[in-house]
Design a protein around this ligand. Structure first.
Ligand SMILES: *[C@@H]1O[C@H](CO)[C@@H](O)[C@H](O)[C@H]1NC(C)=O
Ligand SMILES: *[C@@H]1O[C@H](CO)[C@@H](O)[C@H](O)[C@H]1NC(C)=O
Length: 394
């Protein structure tokens, strides 16, 4: 065993089994590994791991002693000021009319070559052919892989990484691309600003089975253990995306797993995709984070990072809050009733006005008649006054 891989193994082992290992070492089982593990545990801090050969070999987890709150100790970028995921507070987003719809390129031209899918102990990853890409950004991005984040099947917080107005979704799909105009490959791009573009799709459960997701879920039983790999039939990757690719949130962020490089142009779609409850359950219950040779099977669950501070950043929206808002049936009813009441109101007012005018006109014409009558009378009277009566004439 190479010393570096041994270190990685021990670290992951220490992380997952913690002090239970101590007991086993004492009990004399798996002596070699556990006595070394004991050595690791007896060192007060794990700081010496940062000095270890490569950061990638350090094993991390979502909770426990190598959990997310500790990531930045071993992966300094995880403590940066532009981290992902974030909570999108929709009222604080800024509408940017220059944000055009993103365009998946070749997503549906999957060809005949099977896709490679594997369990890396943190998620399920499907590698994508290099002819798939992404347009609608300032550069052309080449597709690399897609993966998922999910919860643990219990009600409460869902397993999505991004949240909208504090609300999480059941799961989240990420499609990862690198900037092929500026960088030669993924490993060169992933450390650079503007190096990556990730599409984030929030997943929620509904009544219907989503056939697109079955292209992944139906084969997960072949990669239950960490490091297992399987080839799956190629499929239309666009079938995993929402229909509306024009409405999204855009911000500068990071990888949501160590080493958390701040190299990602994020696109979080406004529209969520739906899968069935059974499909979600499969996602949540099928995989292990442990390797096949490990005695303790650890279900791979709750593989989401909690939301990170936005700090100085602004989240842009490709749509304005007004047009972006979907109306609930209650709101639609309210609007219909409102409009109807309004129309009736206006009709009543018009009728009232017309009636008033008519009445006034009638009154006026009556007044005129009276005036006329009075004038005639007064004229007649004056005439009478002016012309002396023949009787009084001398
Ligand atoms: C990626 O590109 C860099 C820079 O050209 C090169 O040094 C490296 O070997 C490449 N890596 C892979 C995996 O192809
Ligand atoms: C991301 O950062 C770049 C470089 O600083 C900047 O030009 C761009 O406007 C930022 N994009 C967003 C969505 O904030």
């Amino acid at each position: 065993m190479r010393p570096s891989s041994l270190k990685g193994l021990l670290w992951s082992h220490a992380c997952r089994t913690g002090f239970s290992m101590l007991n086993r070492a004492v009990a004399g089982r798996r002596v070699n590994m556990d006595s070394l593990g004991l050595f690791v545990l007896l060192i007060p801090t794990f700081s010496h791991w940062t000095a270890a050969s490569s950061a990638d070999e350090i094993s991390w987890s979502y909770s426990g002693i190598a959990g997310q709150s500790e990531w930045s100790e071993y992966f300094p970028d995880c403590g940066g000021s532009s981290q992902s995921p974030v909570d999108v507070i929709t009222t604080q987003t800024k509408y940017d009319p220059s944000l055009v719809p993103v365009t998946p390129l070749g997503y549906s031209q999957h060809g005949n070559q099977p896709f490679s899918m594997h369990n890396n102990g943190h998620t399920v990853i499907v590698e994508l052919p290099e002819w798939m890409g992404l347009g609608g950004l300032p550069w052309f991005f080449t597709a690399v892989q897609l993966h998922l984040h999910w919860g643990n099947g219990a009600p409460g917080r869902g397993g999505s990484e991004h949240t909208i107005n504090g609300r999480s979704s059941d799961a989240e799909l990420h499609v990862v691309h690198y900037n092929a105009e500026l960088y030669p490959n993924m490993s060169a791009a992933m450390t650079q600003r503007d190096g990556l573009a990730v599409l984030g799709i929030l997943i929620e459960t509904g009544d219907e089975t989503n056939p697109g997701f079955n292209n992944i879920l139906n084969y997960m039983s072949r990669i239950r253990h960490a490091n297992q790999r399987a080839f799956i039939p190629a499929f239309d990757v666009q079938s995993l995306l929402p229909k509306d690719l024009g409405r999204y949130y855009r911000y500068n962020g990071s990888l949501t797993t160590p080493p958390c490089y701040q190299s990602v142009i994020w696109t979080m779609f406004h529209e969520r995709v739906q899968i069935s409850k059974a499909q979600l359950l499969k996602m949540e219950m099928m995989l292990y984070s442990s390797k096949i040779q490990e005695a303790d099977r650890m279900l791979l669950q709750d593989n989401f990072r909690i939301t990170q501070p936005l700090n100085h950043r602004v989240i842009f929206a490709s749509f304005s809050a007004e047009s972006g808002r979907e109306l609930s049936s209650g709101e639609v009813t309210a609007i219909v009733i409102g409009v109807m009441c309004g129309c009736v109101g206006v009709a009543v007012i018009i009728r009232f006005i017309v009636k008033t005018i008519r009445t006034k006109e009638t009154e006026k014409s009556q007044e005129k008649k009276t005036d006329l009558a009075l004038t005639i009378t007064s004229k007649a009277e004056r005439k009478e006054e002016l012309s002396p009566s023949p009787q009084t004439e001398p």
